[in-house]
Design a protein around this ligand. Structure first.
Ligand SMILES: Cc1ncc(COP(=O)(O)O)c(C=O)c1O
Length: 397
């Protein structure tokens, strides 16, 4: 991971790791004589005002945020500089909040087919009922083909890169620019990079959505989402969030802030472990292909090298066609160190078995059964031994 972004103001040009550790802290010598390192948890529904006029003009309320949520937003904006940060009770709530804020009946949304599945469900059910249509482009399509699918009523281009499960990398700067030139708002689900490995706002996206549930909180105990918005869309997205009462609790915001302080070292270690596991999987006869954007054979690898400063530890491998659902289940059920569970980005390794025939509407060029791994902070050799033993048990049955 490189560390090259510099501050543009007159403060010393500190590395971003340092800036992340100092953003949103509890003590500011310019303001306080004494104070704690971390901001206090400010639990509040009601926020009192000095007089009626202040209540009328400022209308403060817990749903609009507290000192704790503001401290978290300050730190998130340090990671991915944007005009505004909005918090939601989950990553999926952030996705839904952004789509609802940016579309109206009769609009069309163009999305990558390599989507987090619940985003597709949102579009094909609730949004379809509200008269917002959706179509999907293959994450293997070229930029011109994707541009060709933009329609007169397309309002949002919804990207996810790398793709969920299949990990193709999109040319986000080119697609964001093409969308902007056509008056279409480019939005990205930037959860894989945690905003830390890929700055989607600088790459031209108007909204970068992050499920803070993953690396940012990092300990499998908090659900939260964020939408980092550029100035031209911030008001629309904020108004939708406030209208729908979207907000987060102070205790959860504090936990995410705590997780952020160690996110860089956790991600670096997990990245190393994942690459070691991925390279080992490439030597196995049972594996058709390992899908990890840092591997040269992966779709979009050159773009990954150009745009990302490192890799998350979430990747997949495809079982050869000789191995079907029964073998896939046996393999996953035999793992001891990888927990079988949804989500990812925590300190612990996780696994899921997926049928790509259910997850793709465009062509899928490999065998159907895919194993997704979120590699954690355990010793990589122990994880490899666990996978080896599970392959043996898959064959033994
Ligand atoms: C790419 C991606 N985006 C969004 C989400 C949703 O996050 P949450 O679980 O906080 O709703 C997930 C969760 O797995 C995800 O993988």
């Amino acid at each position: 991971m490189n560390d090259s972004r510099k501050l543009s103001d007159s403060r010393p040009a500190r590395q971003r790791t340092t800036r992340l550790l100092h953003a949103g802290r509890g003590f500011d010598p310019a303001r306080d004589e004494t104070g704690p390192v971390n901001p206090p948890v400010m639990r509040a529904s009601t926020i009192l005002t000095r007089d009626v006029e202040t209540l009328e003009t400022k209308a403060p309320y817990g749903t609009k945020g507290t000192d704790t949520t503001r401290a978290l937003c300050e730190a998130l904006l340090e990671i991915e500089p944007a005009a505004e940060c909005l918090l939601y009770p989950s990553g999926l709530a952030a996705i839904a909040g952004v789509v609802l804020g940016l579309t109206s009946t009769g609009d069309h949304v163009l999305l990558s087919d390599g989507l987090y599945y619940p985003t597709r469900r949102l579009m094909n059910t609730l949004m379809a009922r509200f008269g917002v249509s959706a179509s999907y482009f293959s994450p293997r399509a070229g930029v011109d083909e994707i541009i060709g699918m933009m329609e007169g009523n397309t309002r949002v281009l919804f990207l996810e890169s790398p793709a969920s499960d299949s990990l193709e990398v999109l040319d986000v700067p080119a697609l964001a620019q093409a969308a902007r030139e056509r008056g279409i708002t480019p939005v990205i689900d930037n959860t894989w990079s945690a905003g830390w490995l890929f700055d989607a706002i600088s790459a031209g996206c108007s909204v970068s959505i992050q499920a803070l549930t993953k690396y940012q909180s990092g300990h499998a105990d908090v659900l939260m989402g964020a939408a980092l918005c550029s100035a031209e869309v911030a008001e629309r997205v904020r108004t939708a969030a406030l209208t729908m009462g979207q907000c987060v609790g102070a205790d959860d915001a504090w936990l995410v802030l705590r997780g952020l302080r160690s996110m860089d070292v956790r991600m670096r270690q997990a990245e190393k472990n994942a690459l070691k596991v991925a390279e080992w999987l490439m030597t196995r006869d049972e594996v058709e292909v390992v899908l990890h954007p840092a591997l040269p054979h992966c779709h979009g690898h050159e773009i990954f090298r150009r745009d990302f400063s490192g890799a998350a530890a979430l990747f997949s491998f495809v079982l050869k066609p000789d191995y079907g659902e029964a073998e896939g289940r046996r393999f996953v059920d035999s793992l001891q160190l990888f927990g079988i569970g949804a989500s990812w980005g925590g300190y612990e390794s996780l696994v899921m078995l997926k049928d790509m025939r259910r997850l793709r509407s465009t062509e899928w060029p490999h065998a159907p059964w895919l194993v997704r791994l979120s590699v954690g902070l355990e010793d990589a050799d122990d994880l490899i031994a666990d996978l080896e033993s599970a392959f043996a048990q898959m064959h033994a049955a």
